[in-house]
Design a protein around this ligand. Structure first.
Ligand SMILES: [Zn+2]
Length: 243
């Protein structure tokens, strides 16, 4: 019913193929809204198992404690929209499998809970030129960035900051995951403008920041120096040490 969206865009969605990495707090709204919108082919990657403590934010796994999260998300998406073809991959994104997993997708939506997976996805998606929609959350705060060319995630963070498991208000990944879903829909249909820099939202103060991200001349990805995924680049700080 949106005049400039129409049947043509709906058909684009049905033909599209989207990879969602992580079926947790961010992945839940992403999977829910992409399936509901009629994205025809969804691939969901998660190795983890649903635990009771996940359910305050991982809302698609209701009643499925003990299930693999990718399988549970597939079950949810297929019940919501039987027209969606869902593939569940019970695995972790690794340097060894990332190229095979991302191949053939129109968009990759990055919803993991760790920096290593974000770096592997950034580097792999830039090398084969697949748009990537990143988000991350901490307590009441979230960030999002859509990477279609330079600047990339490594321009923003050349190495991984120290990682610790944050506490999260469940609605925070709800907000950020919905933003990721809208970004993916815009990429597929070509309607609207995707994020041009880093979006930061503080839900405690309701402040929203659009931060400019400049291409980093030293970035091994954007300079075109890194052309392959080497496992050596994803240890500790995820610093690129091998080209
Ligand atoms: Zn870069």
């Amino acid at each position: 019913m949106i005049p400039y969206f129409g049947l043509e865009s709906q058909e684009k969605l049905l033909k599209s193929k989207v990879l969602v990495v992580g079926a947790g707090g961010l992945g839940s709204p992403v999977i829910m809204y992409l399936a509901a919108a009629g994205v025809g082919n969804l691939t969901i990657v998660d190795f983890d198992t649903v635990e009771k403590s996940n359910l305050q934010r991982q809302v698609i796994h209701s009643g499925k404690i003990g299930w693999n999260k990718a399988e549970s998300a597939k079950d949810f998406a297929e019940k919501l929209n039987p027209d969606v073809n869902v593939e569940a991959i019970k695995d972790e994104i690794e340097p060894e499998n990332v190229m095979k997993i991302i191949k053939g997708h129109d968009v990759v939506v990055s919803c993991p809970d760790n920096f290593r997976t974000r770096f592997i996805l950034n580097d792999a998606c830039r090398i084969v030129d697949i748009p990537l929609v990143h988000a991350a959350v901490f307590e009441f705060e979230g960030e999002a960035m859509t990477i279609k060319s330079t600047p990339c995630y490594r321009c923003l963070y050349p190495v991984a900051p120290p990682s610790k498991t944050p506490g999260i208000i469940g609605a925070t990944p709800g907000v950020m995951g919905c933003i990721q879903a809208v970004e993916a829909l815009k990429i597929i249909t070509g309607i609207g403008e995707t994020l041009s820099g880093l979006l930061r939202i503080d839900l405690q103060t309701m402040e929203i920041f659009n931060i400019e991200v400049r291409p980093n001349k030293e970035c091994p990805i954007c300079s075109g120096k890194l052309k392959k995924i080497h496992p050596e680049n994803y240890l500790n700080l995820c610093k690129v040490v091998k080209f």
